[in-house]
Design a protein around this ligand. Structure first.
Ligand code: ADP
Ligand code: MG
Length: 578
């Protein structure tokens, strides 16, 4: 391996040359405390900054065994290290001067969730940090002196301070690892306790604002209703009490603005672990939970939605339903069926974001429009089958329709942000106000067979930039461009993930973009199903991280590993010709 001295000499030799000479720096260099690797060099000062990584020997970094124990603790440690590194790097960004992105040092900034990210990975033997550096230039002329400052002055300080255990706050490290283990302990205890979620007493659920996911100041802290209160034993914190959300069908009701959606949102994001101080540290949901909402206009292909929709007037087959422009009800039916396929054991719904005709049909409507003229078997008539026949629980926020009381196992009323268990009263009232329930068609688990296909015309062929002619022999290239958490474009297609509400970080969408590109280019063979593809990708991610899908042979920072449920959701929305 080359030494840091080699890098210095090479830097000197390209000073004042034209920008592309920076490409000669690619490679790995041994520094006293780490290996610096210049993985990808930008083409000009205004292009996306160059990709750089540092790898530290885990033994030398000196982390205690409890932090290096398993994937859970190493992910928590990596998250902590990344936050520290980002704070340190921030002080040096743009200190080096020049044109374009000269001197920019950019590192991922994690939000409230602890996610597995390529920006910092801790393995059994190494700690790797990946970030981007704008290689400095004056105009388009290399300014090697400024890059020398970044790589030989700023970076060594940041790396040493951020990644060596002796320079960290040992208590903080311990707390972070213990929190992760406590959170996992709750998640592990859910099934044996007959629960799908847990909300600790004193949790702070509301957020500061629609654009800030920091905790709301002065919020009413959560306090569990007695009948639903459970105690869990955690390895570090000891006993913790809170509300256990039982398996089955749980209804959250209450007047407007009393905190129903806030509770549901906290449950949605309880599939992730949150950092200390978030307020939702001990709000833990079954890891497979899926929030489903109505999604007008979405793409659906070969989904068996017949448990909800049958005998469409246009004669379309709902056992194998496809559309380029779904209605509210078909989109929601497909969403539920797809999440069954993705292994979800819990479905989260908010009446406010659901298609009304998908959810209920009231008695009057049943009288006027006879069942044989209504293709929809509403969710109301299916929720019990989903639980009793397929083991899928539901948590449903309902503000307007009382029909759901009749199918609920548990009813929680939010009353001025305080949950009250009103199951018994609700059941009594149900006896007094019976509903006529139309007999639903027999329930059968869906069997969709959805093959992953490659869209035609999506790929952009490489053109000669002077003549504009398509280069002969060049393979088609799909480019991924991330659009925040809303989705990404792949080639000419925009993949819309706005309604996948459990995507919280644009690094997750960035990863989904890369995974879809990989799937389309390497896995779509006209036989492999979406389920096989999603499971294959998730398995590969668990083993190797994002490296296999990387674009320049080495993965860059800026990707967060998504759940298999979101991989499914992304593959499900990739449009191909119908
Ligand atoms: P609902 O869905 O019942 O109409 P929301 O959950 O949207 O109500 O909450 C209404 C408002 O109350 C929101 O602005 C939310 O931030 C705020 N809020 C929710 N929970 C709390 C709480 N525990 N303490 C203080 N404010 C809260
Ligand atoms: Mg609401």
């Amino acid at each position: 391996m080359k030494s840091q001295q080699d890098l210095r000499l090479q830097l000197k030799s390209i000073d004042h040359k034209s920008y592309p000479s920076y490409k000669s720096l690619r490679g790995a260099y041994r520094f006293p405390k780490y290996v610096l690797s210049i993985d990808h060099v930008q083409g000009d000062p205004f292009a996306a900054p160059s990709e750089v990584s540092v790898t530290i020997d885990a033994k030398a970094a000196g982390f205690p065994a409890f932090a290096m124990k398993d994937r859970l603790t190493r992910t928590a440690l990596a998250d902590l290290l990344l936050r520290g590194f980002a704070a340190k790097v921030n002080r040096y960004t743009f200190k080096a001067k020049g044109s374009g992105k000269s001197g920019l040092i950019s590192v991922s900034h994690p939000g409230q969730e602890v996610l597995q990210r390529t920006a910092c990975e801790v393995s059994e033997t190494t700690v790797t940090a990946r970030f981007a550096v704008g290689f400095p230039a004056n105009g388009r002329t290399i300014n090697a002196g400024e890059l020398d400052k970044i790589l030989f002055e700023y970076l060594p300080q940041c790396v040493e301070q951020a990644f060596y255990y002796k320079n960290l706050n040992a208590d903080k490290v311990k707390q972070v690892i213990e929190l992760a283990e406590d959170q996992q302990a709750i998640r592990d205890q859910l099934p044996q306790s007959g629960l799908v979620a847990f909300v600790a007493d004193d949790a702070i659920l509301p957020r500061e604002s629609g654009i800030s996911s920091k905790p709301m100041k002065g919020a009413v802290a959560f306090s569990s209703p007695e009948r639903l209160r459970v105690t869990m034993q955690l390895p570090h914190r000891g006993k913790i009490t809170g509300m256990g959300v039982p398996k089955g069908i749980t209804l959250i009701v209450g007047g407007g603005y009393h905190g129903k959606s806030t509770l549901l949102n906290a449950l949605e994001l309880g599939v992730y672990n949150h950092i200390a101080g978030d307020g939702r540290e001990y709000v833990i949901t079954d890891a497979t939970a899926m929030k489903i909402r109505s999604e007008d206009g979405r793409f659906i292909k070969n989904v068996d939605i017949s448990m909800f929709i049958n005998d469409l007037p246009n004669g379309r087959d709902t056992m194998d339903f496809s559309t380029a422009d779904a209605s509210g009800s078909t989109s929601q039916a497909a969403g539920i069926v797809e999440s069954i396929e993705a292994g979800s054991r819990l479905i989260l719904l908010d009446e406010d974001t659901s298609a009304t005709n998908f959810m209920v049909r009231d008695a009057f409507m049943q009288k006027v429009v006879s069942p044989n003229k209504e293709p929809i078997t509403p969710f109301l008539s299916r929720a019990r089958d989903l639980y009793e026949r397929a083991g899928i629980s539901t948590v449903l926020v309902a503000g307007s329709s009382g029909a759901f009381f009749h199918i609920a196992d548990t009813v929680i009323q939010m009353d001025q942000y305080e949950p009250v268990d009103i199951t018994a009263q609700a059941k009594e009232l149900c006896a007094q106000f019976p509903i006529t329930r139309e007999p639903a068609k027999a329930f059968a688990l869906p069997h969709s067979r959805r093959v992953l296909e490659k869209a035609k015309n999506d790929a952009v062929r490489r053109r000669d930039y002077r003549s504009g002619e398509i280069k002969k022999g060049e393979p088609e290239r799909l480019k991924v461009k991330t659009l925040g958490v809303d989705g990404f474009s792949l080639g000419k297609q925009q993949v819309d993930l706005r309604y996948i509400e459990q995507l919280v970080d644009s690094e997750q969408t960035a990863a989904l973009g890369l995974l879809l590109k990989y799937a389309v280019e390497h896995l779509a063979d006209g036989r492999r199903t979406i389920a096989e593809t999603a499971d294959w990708l998730a398995g590969k991610l668990a083993q190797e991280g994002m490296a296999f899908a990387a674009e320049h042979g080495s993965v860059s920072g800026g990707y967060a590993i998504p759940r298999v449920q979101e991989i499914y959701a992304c593959l499900d929305r990739y449009r191909v010709e119908l």
